[in-house]
Structure formats: structure tokens, C-alpha cells
Design a protein around this ligand. Structure first.
Ligand code: NAP
Length: 282
């Protein structure tokens, strides 16, 4: 295993396979299409959106943007989602989260057609992840972690893997995906007593905490394989992960960087799910 677990080779491998599937679809007169729903103008969303548009162009997946007002009502957003569900030219729908306060993400997640729910927010898809039914779409970031571990041939079966974080977007679904691959999974969160004690004994540690450089040398040993999902503001205008990358690099076995790591794979997983959704249309 390489020491720096870069996202790029993972993305290249996924894209090579995706391109073939996309050309097959196009030969059959199908045009895979992803619709991004953006409420408001958050800088993070807009930069993620730009990267999705660029990658869509490179791959040959059509990307449509539905930009909605920040103060849109629940009723109007529900109608918008319902009309996207009905639109046969759209195969995948992704809505940026978090949503503004007047909107209830739990209601939206129940409205979105599970067959188009390419970022795994629908309870139908989450239930499939829970059951180990591979036809369900997992949230893209959680899936990106599994893609990285598999690309670098890091054994999952029987491995002790600790996931720090239990959000519905990353930690929880990821823990289920790893369990489905026969890992022994420990989930840590804000009430966990002694996180270093647990992570030190793990073969793989995944950090999805949302706190800059939260994990450091005390959490690892020389065999640790570390996957950093975090994207945080380091305070100096730069971004950093949930792990102190520079601080631990020399002591661990392998580690993914915050930039050019998991985040770079997430978009490709989104297209993989969209292409899959398009392939499944009769
Ligand atoms: P989140 O919803 O804020 O969840 C954070 C989790 O970390 C919670 O389960 C929380 O525990 C736990 N936590 C917080 N403080 C802790 C502490 N002091 N000790 C132990 N656990 C603690 O965040 P998220 O959406 O899962 O995102 C996690 C990170 O991944 C963020 O940095 C985010 O920016 C990044 N992210 C990256 C991508 C990507 O594509 N690379 C995508 C999504 C998110 P409780 O449940 O007990 O509160």
C-alpha cells in the first residue's frame, strides 16, 4: 500500500469504467442526466456545483442546475421535487445539504424518488444499505471511502475499523457499508469515552468529525491506515482535514490527504449512481 492514499488514481479507475457504460447508453439513445437542486447561494455549494458541471462535461453526463431562492417555502420545494421525480429526462437528483431552517430535510428525503436518489438520502435507500442490498444508493461520500479502501486493496473482511462520526451523510451509512463487507466496525461520537484507546487498536480509522485536525499522533500506531473525510476551515484561509496530516504522516502506515483524497472521489461516485439509474430505466 502506498503511504499517501491519493484520490486521483481511484477516480481514474472509476472514470475509465464509467466512460464505457456511458458510451453504451448513448449508443442506445439514452442520455444520462443529473439534476442538482441548490437552495440559496452558499459558497461551498457553488464550488461543489462547479466541479460537478466540469466533471459532467468531461464524462458526458448532462448536468442540470435548479437554483432556488434561499427563502423558498416547504410547499414549493416539495412541488419542485415532485416535478423532477416525474421528469423522464432526469435520472439522478441531488439536493445540497444542509437546507435553510424553514425546510425539513426529512420530508424532502421521503419525497425524492428512491430510483433517482443518487446521494442516498431516501429512507428506502438507507434501509437497503442497512440490509446489505446493493441496489440501494449510499450517500456518495460514504461510498467514496469504500471505493478508496477497495482500490488500494486494504482488506475489509475481519478488519477492525473505527469510524469517528455518526452523521446520516457519512458515519452511519459508512459503518453499514463496512459491516456489509465483513469488517468489525466501531463507531465513535461526541459521547465516546476514550477515542484514542479505541482508534489505536484499529486497523483502519475513518475520520468524519468535522473538526479541524481533531485526530493526532495519540490516536494511531505504525500500522494505522487513516482515511480523512473532513473538510474544515483551518482558520488561516486554508482547508484542512479532521486529521493532523503533517503531524501523523511519518508514524502511520497510510493516510488519505484532506485535499485530493475522499472529496475528489465523491463526485465520481455521484456520476456512477446517475449512470446506474439511467441504465435501470426501461
Ligand atoms: P456532522 O453531521 O457534523 O457530524 C459530525 C460527527 O462527528 C457527529 O456524529 C458528532 O458526534 C461527531 N463529533 C463531533 N465532535 C466530536 C468530538 N469532539 N468527539 C467525537 N465525535 C465528535 O458532519 P458530517 O456531515 O458527517 O461531516 C463530517 C466531515 O466530513 C466534515 O468535515 C465535512 O465537511 C466533511 N464532509 C466531506 C465530504 C466530502 O465529500 N469529502 C462530504 C460530506 C462531509 P454526535 O453525533 O455525538 O454529535
Amino acid at each position: 500500500v502506498e503511504k499517501r492514499l491519493a484520490g486521483k488514481p481511484v477516480v481514474e479507475a472509476l472514470k475509465a469504467e464509467l466512460k464505457e457504460r456511458i458510451s453504451t447508453l448513448k449508443l442506445n439513445g439514452k442520455n444520462p442526466t443529473l439534476c442538482i437542486v441548490r437552495v440559496g447561494n452558499r459558497e461551498d455549494d457553488i464550488s461543489y456545483e462547479r466541479s460537478i458541471i466540469k466533471n459532467g462535461e468531461l464524462l458526458g453526463v448532462k448536468v442540470i442546475i435548479r437554483a432556488l431562492s434561499n427563502n423558498i417555502s416547504m410547499d414549493l420545494l416539495s412541488k419542485e421535487m415532485t416535478s423532477l421525480n416525474k421528469d423522464d429526462s432526469i435520472h439522478g437528483i441531488m439536493i445540497f445539504r444542509p437546507l435553510p431552517d424553514q425546510l425539513d430535510v426529512n420530508i424532502i428525503s421521503k419525497i425524492i424518488d428512491p430510483k433517482k436518489d443518487v446521494d442516498g438520502m431516501s429512507p428506502i435507500n438507507l434501509e437497503k444499505i442497512f440490509e446489505g442490498d446493493k441496489s440501494g444508493y449510499a450517500p456518495c461520500t460514504a461510498k467514496a471511502v469504500v471505493e478508496m479502501l477497495k482500490f488500494y486493496k486494504i482488506p475489509l473482511s475481519g478488519a477492525n475499523i473505527t469510524v469517528v462520526g455518526r452523521s446520516m451523510v457519512v458515519g452511519k451509512p459508512l459503518s453499514m457499508l463496512l459491516l456489509n463487507d465483513n469488517a468489525t466496525v466501531t463507531i465513535c461520537h461526541s459521547r465516546t469515552k476514550d477515542i484514542p484507546e479505541i482508534t489505536q487498536k484499529s486497523d483502519v480509522v475513518v475520520a468524519a468529525v468535522g473538526r479541524a485536525k481533531f485526530l493526532g499522533r495519540q490516536h494511531f500506531n505504525d500500522k494505522s491506515i487513516v482515511i480523512d473525510v473532513g473538510i474544515n476551515d483551518a482558520g488561516d484561509g486554508k482547508m484542512c482535514g479532521d486529521v493532523d496530516y503533517e503531524g501523523v504522516f511519518d508514524m502511520v502506515s497510510a493516510i488519505s490527504p484532506a485535499l485530493g483524497g475522499i472529496g475528489s472521489i465523491t463526485t465520481t461516485v455521484l456520476f456512477d449512481h446517475t449512470v446506474d439509474a439511467c441504465e435501470k430505466v426501461e
